[in-house]
Design a protein. Structure first.
Lengths: 475, 330
């Protein structure tokens, strides 16, 4: 009837170098070791660039550069630091289209999301924390809160540039310097950010970017001259990091996994709840730590809601991430795809009913169709473990108390969503859910002014808002 | 199950073949109607606005755009509803409706022309056997502030003059006062007066203020026998908006499922550009579904839109924009 013709965003706007070094002390340098890694476009498996793998000696160089720069940066008046951060924010806005394309190429997320969600939020975070730089005395942490020193930051591949912004913006605003390690599958926007730091004339060494995989991250975290460790990623790695810094002076914030409940009551605005469910679990292919991966629906509307949800899922458009009409992009890596497959197969084996809309899958690249499991029990692995993919587990409940009990019955506690038109029930639920964020009649909404972080095994510390400053101040 | 005829409120009940049996009992009294309409799931304004905004980012290019432009032209209800309308003005508009672009015979005709009742005969004569339908507003358009007798007579006049579609307005005062039965009875009575003519029920969503009200008014109109539900008269601002149309499309989609009868949707007023029109088509495609992408089930009430569609169509064909003087003003 009305087929949307391909509407690809042009990739000519990005200039990817064949090979990247490390960004240390404001310069591109070659790694001391021989290590090289390749980053691929997950939608085509095409190699995008070769990236250096930083060893311990490289990390040491980066930390030393950051230490040296800390003297200059921390002594600078907040209003001066703010100028640099505002400048970075403006450059990000100016180069937003390029960065969005680069993010979609390297990560596989649809351009609609990188363009309309990631990049506006990235710029907003820098603008927001730039504003705090000269107002730290009024942040509620004493009359003259001091920075910590060198922050070692390790970020994930699901929102590469946004996670960089969450980490780098508050660190710089508070007067810290940074050694950042992007994820090995998505280093390109962080490397583009290094160029932006140069473009903004940021003093050398204030931001250092070292690429590599787990061992590079471990070296950053373990370096004795790092004062602060910030990590976003899996609970498994978070535990390793917590162990490695235990007993040291290092301050730590961890933002880890989740298995969020998205709770729909019978009086909810159903059409918008369906949108919220879709946004909760299929946004960014479900590669979201706070994804609403467990749908808890009141039994009295379960059938109606699931029918509506399935109808809606049939309209999702899976394919080329650079196509402006794509809703579901590629899975970030072969390893992640294997994990999603393994858990989905386990769901089926445990007796849950699996459903996906008719959805052609491209031949090349890593793809997983939007998938819904119904008849899921609390004891199933797909209701307990974080899948980190476009897979929704549907459970039902009868009463608000049961909804709370089921929602909280998880080792995680990052986020939750509640859908009801009844204000009193909303507040009753919000006060009982053990989750860092409770979304009210919405899901996956982010704002730099709002603190974000978890309960229980979802981590500790808060990022964003005034609270996010605390992680980068000696308080 | 109680049938509608037993209410004795639909005049020649036999003529109301489209009234929906599965929902007939809800119109038994104002309280049953109220219970039903207030029992519909709510609409969250923030969520509905966000969904409409997301769909309006769809990028419709090349072949899809070409297809969309022709479809949009075929869906236009070319409208003139001015106090200053004359037979001459209406005849000119009818000529345009049949051949929107006299230099290009591949341009399809629009769906219908929409005029005041006293000009229906002129339009019918001017359109002859062209296939373009004549729609007439009726029922004390645009305010709807008159007696039921006058509204029925207004409708009958238009139908007698040859209108094949009637665009009626609901009594917004009665609706906002919670007197749903009055609104229902008026729609049912006008439907009866329509005979074989199709009834479009204008909700005037700009005066209903909430999306919950839009949803309730949509269902009320459909239960009462509407063939189409239409956003606006064009005389109140805001007229058609994407989120309001989204809510109405959800209503017709759900009504088909519940009652087994398909109802059309017509946003009207404020749709001026091809870009706007395409956003509406995307909204239809991804809300009610492709089954509604047909002039029988979706219309665009507009006047200046047509020239923009023609301009974009020509641009697609030739690669160049012609100046506005190359498109007729009728």
């Amino acid at each position: 009837m009305f087929e949307y013709a391909p509407a690809p965003e042009s990739r000519d706007i990005v200039d990817i170098k064949p090979s990247y070094g490390l960004f240390i002390n404001g310069e591109w340098v070659e790694p001391l070791g021989e290590g090289r890694d390749k980053t691929v476009n997950p939608a085509s498996e095409e190699v995008l660039a070769e990236v250096a793998v930083a060893g311990e000696a490289d990390v040491d160089r980066a930390v030393q550069a950051a230490r040296k720069a800390f003297t200059v940066w921390s002594a600078m008046p907040g209003s001066e630091r703010a100028k640099y951060i505002f400048r970075i924010a403006r450059i990000i806005q100016e180069r937003a289209r390029e960065l969005a394309v680069l993010e979609s190429l390297d990560n596989g997320k649809p351009i609609r999301e990188s363009r309309d969600v990631d990049l506006p939020l990235v710029a907003a975070h820098f603008f927001y924390y730039a504003g705090w730089a000269d107002k730290l005395s009024y942040a509620g942490f004493g009359p003259s809160p001091q920075p910590l020193g060198v922050a070692g930051q390790v970020i994930p591949w699901n929102f590469p540039l946004l996670m960089l912004a969450w980490k780098v913006a508050p660190a710089l605003a508070c007067g810290n310097t940074v050694v950042l390690k992007p994820a090995e599958t998505t280093p390109l926007t962080a490397l583009a950010f290094a160029e932006i730091c140069r473009q903004a004339d940021l003093p050398p060494g204030v931001v250092n970017i070292v690429t590599g995989a787990g061992s590079t991250g471990a070296a950053v975290v373990a370096h004795p001259d790092v004062d602060k460790v910030a990590f976003t990623g899996s609970t498994e790695v978070g535990r390793l990091i917590a162990r490695s810094v235990a007993g040291s002076r290092k301050k730590v914030t961890l933002e880890l996994g989740g298995k969020a409940a998205n709770i729909v009551f019978e009086d909810a605005a159903l059409d918008q709840a369906v949108e919220g469910i879709v946004n909760g679990i299929f946004f960014n292919q479900g590669h979201v730590c706070c994804a609403g991966s467990r749908l808890l629906v009141q039994e009295s509307v379960a059938e109606e809601l699931l029918d509506a949800l399935k109808r809606r899922l049939s309209t999702l458009r899976l394919g080329d991430p650079l196509d402006k009409n794509t809703d579901i992009g590629a899975i970030n890596s072969a390893a992640q795809l294997a994990k999603i497959r393994e858990l989905s197969d386990a769901g089926e084996a445990e007796g849950a009913e699996r459903w996906s809309p008719a959805c052609p899958i491209p031949d090349k690249g890593f793809w997983f169709p939007p998938t819904v499991f119904t008849g899921v029990a609390q004891s199933h692995r797909i209701a307990r473990e974080e899948i980190f993919g476009p897979v929704l587990s549907v459970l039902t409940f009868r009463t608000p108390a049961e909804a709370v009990e089921k929602a909280n019955n998880t080792p995680y506690g990052l986020s939750a969503g509640v859908w009801t038109e009844k204000g009193s029930l909303m507040l009753w639920m919000a006060s009982r859910l053990r989750a860092g964020v409770v979304w009210s009649n919405t899901f996956n909404k982010f704002d730099p002014t709002s603190p974000f972080g978890g309960y229980k095994e979802s981590g500790y510390g808060r990022e964003g808002g005034r609270h996010g400053l605390e992680a980068y101040l000696a308080v | 199950m109680v049938s509608l005829e037993s209410f004795g409120l639909v005049g020649d009940a036999g003529a109301v073949s489209t009234t929906t049996a599965p929902l007939a009992e809800v119109a038994a009294s104002n309280s049953t109607l109220r219970a039903f309409l207030h029992g519909l799931p709510g609409v969250d304004r923030v969520g509905a606005d966000a969904r409409a905004a997301m769909l309006s980012t769809r990028s419709i290019k090349t072949t899809a755009k070409k297809q969309a432009i022709d479809l949009a032209i075929r869906m236009v209800d070319l409208t003139t509803l001015e106090g200053a309308d004359t037979p001459g003005k209406v005849k000119a508009m009818c000529a345009k409706a049949v051949h929107p672009d006299p230099t290009d015979s591949s341009v399809p005709s629009v769906a219908a022309v929409c005029v005041y009742p006293d000009l229906v005969a002129t339009a019918v004569q001017a359109l002859g056997g062209s296939g373009v339908k004549v729609a007439s507003v009726a029922t004390a358009f645009p305010s709807g502030r008159s007696s039921l007798d006058v509204k029925v007579a207004d409708t009958a006049l238009a139908v007698a003059a040859g209108a094949s579609e009637i665009d009626m307005v609901i009594d917004r005062g009665a609706f906002l006062a919670g007197d749903y039965l009055t609104v229902f009875e008026q729609i049912a009575a006008v439907k009866a007066a329509c005979g074989s003519a199709h009834l479009k029920v204008i909700l005037e969503t700009g005066e209903l203020s909430t999306y919950d009200n839009v949803r309730r008014a949509s269902w009320l109109a459909m239960i009462a026998g509407a063939d189409f539900i239409k956003t606006s008269t064009g005389k109140v601002s805001p007229a058609a908006t994407l989120p309001v149309t989204l809510v109405m499309l959800e209503a017709v989609r759900d009504f088909l499922r519940t009652a087994g009868r398909k109802v059309g949707v017509k946003p009207a007023g404020g749709i001026r550009t091809t870009k706007d029109a395409i956003k509406y088509l995307v909204l239809v495609n991804e809300t009610a579904g492709p089954d509604w992408l047909d002039p029988d089930w979706f219309r665009l009430g507009a006047s200046s839109l047509l020239n923009d569609l023609l301009m974009q169509r020509q641009k697609m064909a030739t690669g160049r924009y012609a100046g506005p003087d190359y498109f007729t003003l009728d």
